[in-house]
Design a binder for this molecule. Structure first.
Ligand code: SAM
Length: 493
């Protein structure tokens, strides 16, 4: 028998049967790689924009993701979905199709308080924000300080207001905030046996000791998630491994720990997925409830392997509450006169009315030096003393007398920035995206000290400071030279 590229090949072959296992091995031979593109519905429309981008960027062989109505998969592309201006500005997120399932499992709620216990780099956090139309508050936590930068960058690009980013072991939240959250997502650290070429741990698996440690951490984190959840609320437990020890067996242990307080429930009817969990594995039978979890074997939908269970809390569980740590925030509330000056500046220079948005979304303004943030009032009331990495959305910075709105704010409310804009031709856009200033450009009538630059297709390209002999390019450094801009010919094809 040829050597399999998969971890624990003999184990999975026996579990699945030769035929199914051979199908999964075939994906490795084909090196099948697909990307799902999940649209940020805060600032784009799946129906209108996805297909427009597919045409512009030559995304081929696309197919809808059956369990996520705002995502579709791309199997071949001319311009990589990760290299476009729209990606840089968070109009969509690129992830494996399987990863779009867990957040869809949650029930509807008008404005839930959500804990995302292991959130970095934030793929599922961005999904939580749009799933609840940015009307909820998501406490996005991860124990790894190193991974928080990517999480914060992804959240800023996504343009949601309702987030608070913290850096604690997730285990603490059960005692710190018992029966507090309406939804808890636990995307648990795991062995990563996805059985999929792109993500899937070719060959090597974790040692049995490592796996035992992972299982202990998974059950501890899951118990903390249940403690932190309100009665009637839902936890979604997720792993990106096919290992039964880290999936069905963890659920079984949870049921033994809380036999009268938790129930595993089937996916909601609107989520089109047929992928039951295992009834038995490794000589062990699992409860009937456990079968309601979703086990996405790669051969089912040609995705990376993923396991997800929707768990409801039906009664309180015993907890020994502990006071959470407390430290005054580094940002300070904006004084009334500073707020008035900021609102007037945005109106005068950009024709943008921020006040109605602050009111409708119950946001308050905070600042650290010259940078201003919009933070949900609810985050201040509930977590006003909790040490955190960031809160809400960065709205922009004062540069001299002008308040420079962030790209995240502009792209979310583009239609409402009503000051005259400047349209750049293709060559100018290319130079702009390389970071060059522009000279000899005719400004639109009524242009202020900073103008918004667009391309011929109505996409936002950047902010320009008007100097006497040129337009200064305010493209953020991390975006310079990073995006591919298709020619008109490529777009029309
Ligand atoms: C599967 S990844 C999360 C991926 C993320 N949810 C997403 O969709 O982008 C697991 C995460 O768990 C974090 N982690 C590991 N142990 C943890 C703990 N005890 N508490 C909180 N986070 C933990 C890791 O740093 C890692 O970022």
């Amino acid at each position: 028998m040829p050597i399999s590229p998969l971890p624990r090949a003999d184990f999975y072959r026996e579990l699945l049967g030769h035929e199914r296992f051979a199908e999964i091995e075939e994906f490795f031979v084909l090196s099948l790689i697909t990307s799902a593109i999940r649209v940020n519905t805060l600032k784009a429309s799946f129906k209108r924009d996805w297909f427009k981008w597919a045409e512009w960027y030559g995304w081929e062989l696309s197919r809808p993701v059956p369990f996520c109505p705002t995502a579709a998969e791309v199997i071949a592309f001319y311009t990589s979905p990760g290299r476009t201006l729209e990606h840089a500005d968070g109009y969509y997120f690129v992830q494996d199709a399987a990863s779009t399932l867990p957040v869809e499992l949650f029930d509807d709620h008008p404005s839930p308080l959500v804990l995302d216990m292991a959130a970095a780099p934030g793929g599922k956090t961005t999904h939580l924000i749009t799933r609840y139309e940015d009307r909820g508050l998501v406490l996005a936590n991860d124990s790894s300080a190193r991974r928080l930068g990517a999480l914060q960058a992804n959240l800023q690009r996504w343009s949601g207001f309702g987030t608070l980013v913290t850096n604690f072991p997730g285990e603490r939240f059960g005692r710190w905030y018992p029966e507090t959250f309406d939804r808890v997502l636990l995307d648990a650290p795991c062995s990563g046996e996805t059985l999929w070429p792109e993500t899937g741990g070719r060959g090597r698996s974790v040692s049995e000791r490592e796996r035992a440690r992972l299982c202990t951490r998974q059950i501890t984190l899951l118990s903390a998630a249940i403690e932190a959840l309100k009665v009637g609320g839902e936890v979604v437990y997720v792993t990106c491994t096919m290992a039964p020890e880290e999936n069905e067996a963890v659920l079984e242990e949870l049921l033994e720990r809380y036999p009268k307080a938790v129930e595993i429930v089937s996916p909601p009817k609107r989520v089109k997925v047929k992928a039951p969990a295992l009834p038995r594995a490794q000589g062990r039978r699992f409860s009937r409830q456990v079968r309601r979890a979703v086990r996405l074997w790669p051969y089912l939908y040609e995705t990376s392997g993923l396991f997800a269970a929707r768990i409801r809390k039906t009664a309180p569980v015993p907890t020994e509450p502990e006071a959470p740590p407390s430290r005054p925030w580094k940002i300070a509330p904006l004084k009334r006169e500073e707020e008035v000056r900021l609102l007037a500046n945005l109106q005068d220079v950009f024709g943008f009315a921020l006040a109605p948005i602050l009111e409708a979304r119950e946001l308050t303004l905070w600042a650290q030096e010259r940078t201003v943030y919009a933070v949900p009032q609810r985050a201040v009331e509930l977590f006003g003393e909790l040490p955190h990495r960031s809160a809400g959305l960065m709205l922009g910075r004062w540069q001299g007398d002008v308040f420079l709105p962030s790209r995240a704010l502009i792209t979310r409310y583009l239609e409402q920035f009503q000051a005259p804009r400047l349209t750049l031709d293709e060559q100018q856009v290319r130079r702009w995206l390389k970071g060059s200033d522009l000279r000899g450009v005719t400004l639109p009538n009524g242009a202020g000290p900073v103008v918004l630059c667009m391309d011929q297709y109505g996409s936002f390209v950047g902010r320009a400071k008007v100097l006497h002999n040129r337009l200064r390019n305010l493209l953020p450094r991390h975006m310079v030279g990073r995006t591919l801009y298709p020619t008109a010919l490529e777009r029309d094809e």
